[in-house]
Design a protein around this ligand. Structure first.
Ligand SMILES: Cc1cc2nc3c(=O)[nH]c(=O)nc-3n(C[C@H](O)[C@H](O)[C@H](O)COP(=O)(O)OP(=O)(O)OC[C@H]3O[C@@H](n4cnc5c(N)ncnc54)[C@H](O)[C@@H]3O)c2cc1C
Ligand code: FES
Length: 367
């Protein structure tokens, strides 16, 4: 069972939560807005590329969703997120249609590893591949690289459906002009108008390779890759870079969506899941120990919240790592682990929102 949880909105205590006031809402495209916040006290500490979690009361239920910051802490005085409508999506449509400046909302502070550290002497080539709302973290990273690494360059391949759906079109043009020769933006449209002269159709390996070979610069000592967008775009880009011999450690990925039910079905059909049984687990949260039962079919996070254990979470789909814990004993079936790195998995980290008990004696610590 992976339906997003329905629970009453509560005020959450703890250093990871804060309140933040909406300063301004800017319509970027017919189905996308950027929401800028007033700086809270103390200032919101974040790295470009991280996401924050909005916690809203909609129809009496608490709804949490993750949104990447589109701003750079080095450039933008006010932090912001950019939200694109998802068809029939509850929160993305609420944020597009109903949120107004002046309102204060609760958030979980920024988290995430889709980031990099900067050094003024670095000579790096940033290859960014984005699709749709996946441009959001790329904007923060792009602005941060341009101001912090004067010797580095950026190539951004950005996939949208049509001209009117390109998010930040003008802002990207302005950055290309301001930082001439250091930022190159290549748009690829899947359903362009007849007048469109740029790349069109699906993004494929050849287009990526042609783009990069035309931009090759021997002065750049290191290339790093950042991918964010729909599964198809990310898979194509990753496969292409691996075919080109890129070390997988240099490819950073951020996914916004995962269909956990479909993935669980696939794993079940392949005989990869333990039989579902009600199991007792122990969760050590901020040093306090909680024992509770996880009924057959439920995730560890769902059962914890049902037992009023204030476990942290955001995306509820195994992508953001807000619910990350370390397995000290026992075994779990983790349906989605995309948020974790290979080394985190080797070190025993699990995502409680996508994990179900697969043995007795489960003990997890969450810090
Ligand atoms: C780390 C992280 C960062 C994110 N950053 C951004 C961001 O910067 N901007 C942004 O707009 N979104 C971002 N998202 C996605 C966002 O958190 C929500 O999932 C999205 O807004 C949909 O929420 P909703 O309540 O409108 O849809 P829901 O009510 O949750 O879902 C409605 C239906 O749509 C399906 N669905 C939900 N999301 C998608 C999707 N992306 N593609 C296809 N089907 C979907 C669901 O399965 C469901 O059937 C991010 C997600 C993660 C994990
Ligand atoms: S809540 Fe996002 S990975 Fe679990």
């Amino acid at each position: 069972m992976f339906n997003l949880f329905k629970r009453k909105k509560e005020d959450h205590k703890g250093s990871q939560y804060t309140s933040i006031k909406i300063r301004e809402i800017v319509k970027e495209t017919p189905d996308t807005v950027t929401i800028y916040f007033e700086q809270p006290e103390p200032y919101l500490d974040y790295k470009a590329g991280q996401y924050l979690t909005v916690i809203l009361d909609i129809n009496g239920n608490e709804e949490r969703r993750s949104y990447s910051l589109c701003t750079s802490p080095y450039v933008d005085p006010h932090p912001g997120i950019t939200v694109k409508r998802v068809k029939d999506g509850l929160v993305s449509n609420y944020l597009n249609d109903q949120l107004r400046p002046g309102k204060t909302i609760e958030i979980m502070k920024p988290m995430g590893h889709f980031t990099t550290d900067y050094h003024s002497q670095n000579r790096r080539h940033f290859v960014l591949v984005a699709g749709g709302s996946g441009i959001t973290p790329m904007m923060g990273i792009t602005k941060s690289v341009l101001v912090n690494e004067p010797l580095s360059k950026i190539t951004l391949i950005y996939c949208s459906r049509s001209e009117s759906e390109i998010i930040f079109k003008k802002a990207l043009e302005d950055l290309e002009t301001k930082y001439e020769g250091r930022l190159k933006v290549i748009h690829n449209l899947s359903q362009p108008s007849e007048a469109w002269t740029g790349l069109k159709g699906r993004l494929d390996s050849q287009k990526i390779k042609d783009t990069l070979s035309s931009i090759y610069d021997p002065d750049l000592k290191e290339t790093v890759y950042f991918l964010c967008g729909p599964e198809g775009v990310m898979e194509t880009a990753e496969r292409t870079f691996l075919e080109m011999g890129v070390d997988s450690e240099l490819i950073h990925k951020e996914s916004f969506y995962s269909d956990l039910e479909a993935k669980e079905k696939e794993m079940k059909a392949a005989g990869k899941l333990a039989p579902e049984l009600t199991r007792e687990v122990e969760v050590v949260l901020n040093g306090e120990s909680y024992h509770f039962e996880v009924p057959a079919g439920k995730t560890i996070l769902e059962a914890g919240l049902d037992n009023d254990v204030d476990m942290p979470y955001s995306c509820q789909s195994g992508l953001c790592t807000a619910c990350r814990g370390r397995l000290l004993s026992g075994k779990v079936d983790m349906i989605e682990d995309a948020g974790l790195s290979k080394s985190e998995i080797e070190e025993g980290y699990i995502l409680c929102c996508s994990s179900k008990p697969a043995s007795a004696d489960i003990r997890i610590t969450i810090e």
